[in-house]
Design a protein around this ligand. Sequence first.
Ligand code: SAM
Length: 288
Amino acid sequence: MNHNNVKLAAGLYFVATPIGTARDITLRALDILASADVIAAEDTRSMRKLMDIHGIALNDRPLLAYHDHNGGKMRPKLLDYLAQGLSVAYGSEAGTPLIADPGYHLSKEAAEQGYLVTSAPGPSAFVTALTLAGLPTDRFLFEGFLPNSKSQRRSKFQDLMDIQATLIFYESPKRLAAMLADAADVLGASRQAVYCRELTKKFEEVRRGTLGTLAQETQGATIKGEVVVLIDRAHEPNVNELDLETQLRNALSTMSVRDAAETVAQVTGLPKRQIYKMALDIGSNTEG
Ligand code: SAM
């Protein structure tokens, strides 16, 4: 048995749970799960399973579901337990609650009402991925999940284009190839990127490359499991303006604006939209 029964002060205890390997739970998290008066979980089945693995008995304590679909109804109930002077532990299905997971409104309201709100920190997929990716960690932007629609996803990349930070996304394995292709198109195929799959699990995998190569690699492939994508910040391109213009003029002498922009974007790794605009400018100046 790895846990102690401890006397917990009344309050709300956020508990981080493993993102794969069940033993990635802290001893304090186990103490809290063993001792809280009430347990709430995004997914009660996975919480029960985790408690079983670690030999924690539920006994006659309530185990309640709290997730995106019943939050409005369940929150007053959980706050009422706090009002009764009880301790409430909350865990999401995997990783840290509130990180692309429920818990924000619960945390906010409990704090606003003056209850103790505390956290037993532990795994989170984006921190684990950042540790392994080999991309700069001095500044990062956690975007969570991108919109499903292609046009919204591309416009989100447009917004993120100049941000000087490592960009971090959660992504479904089914959308990974399309996401990488859009990222390569909008942000430029030469940007470094990494995807981390099945972190802490048996088939953990870290793939590093440019957005262009990763997009190509995943095209048509069957990708399974859970995925975090990280994209390096924009760096000053290695092509000077003059070279770029010469390359574009050469391409424009034999190709349409669209094809020339596509070819030069591929060669330089610069974003297609930027090259296309430049090609249009060259075209209109030449005509004038
Ligand atoms: N709260 C969690 C955390 O702290 O990371 C995130 C929950 S979010 C609903 C689930 C997403 O996290 C997955 O779709 C995937 O992008 C990422 N994720 C969770 N576990 C992962 C793992 N073992 N390997 C890679 N990505 C993972």
